[in-house]
Design a protein around this ligand. Structure first.
Ligand code: FMN
Length: 181
């Protein structure tokens, strides 16, 4: 083990040759790797994005959301979901009441896609994100209380928390499919 802070020079033996690495080279390499990591996370959809006011208003006008998941082999599945709400600008809560294939997919592949469209949305956009299945704790109990208050008797088996990573234009026209956030 070594401390990168105190390290001035690192000697590595590779193919019987001694390679001398200076601290400044190491710092540059670490910085480059950090940027590569950030970029890869972005491509993977690991970085969260915040919906703007227009998008949040459109979201609030939708009653039933098409929620798409996929198995780890990429077999798609889409279902209509009523209990789908924004809890903040970058997070969606879905109540798993009756999910079967969707839940099985999420257990092996966290990727989710949802489009936001309805007669009153004034446009259409597509959300991509990563889901976490939460079946106990404060957030879960909060979601269960919301569901029970709205429709007593619904099972609210799991809270599906979706962290929004990308937003795309979905309305028809020259910008259809373009990345918005
Ligand atoms: C209008 C409508 C709203 C629905 N809302 C929900 C919901 O909020 N939560 C849920 O788990 N299932 C809901 N469902 C049921 C799912 O669409 C679906 O039947 C369920 O996830 C099982 O399908 P799967 O095996 O593909 O997951 C709803 C169905 C309809 C028709």
């Amino acid at each position: 083990m070594f401390s990168p802070v105190s390290l001035k020079k690192l000697d590595l033996t590779y193919s019987k040759k001694v390679i001398k690495i200076h601290k400044s080279d190491l710092q540059y390499t670490i910085l480059t790797l950090k940027y590569i990591n950030l970029y890869c996370n972005h491509l993977d959809g690991d970085t969260m994005v915040k919906l703007n006011e227009e998008m949040k208003t459109a979201f609030s006008k939708v009653k039933i959301f098409p929620v798409a998941t996929a198995s780890k082999e990429g077999i798609p599945n889409v279902v209509p979901i009523g209990f789908c709400q924004l809890v903040d600008d970058e997070t969606i809560w879905i109540s798993d009441n009756f999910m079967s294939k969707s839940l099985a997919n999420l257990e092996e592949n966290p990727n989710v896609a949802i489009y936001v469209w309805g007669p009153d949305t004034g446009g259409c956009f597509q959300i991509k994100g990563k889901a976490e299945i939460i079946s106990s704790g404060e957030k879960f109990e909060k979601m269960k209380a919301i569901v029970n208050a709205a429709k007593p008797g619904l099972p609210a088996k799991n809270l599906i928390e979706v962290s929004i990573s990308d937003v795309f234009q979905c309305a028809p026209g020259p910008n259809a499919g373009k990345k918005l956030l």
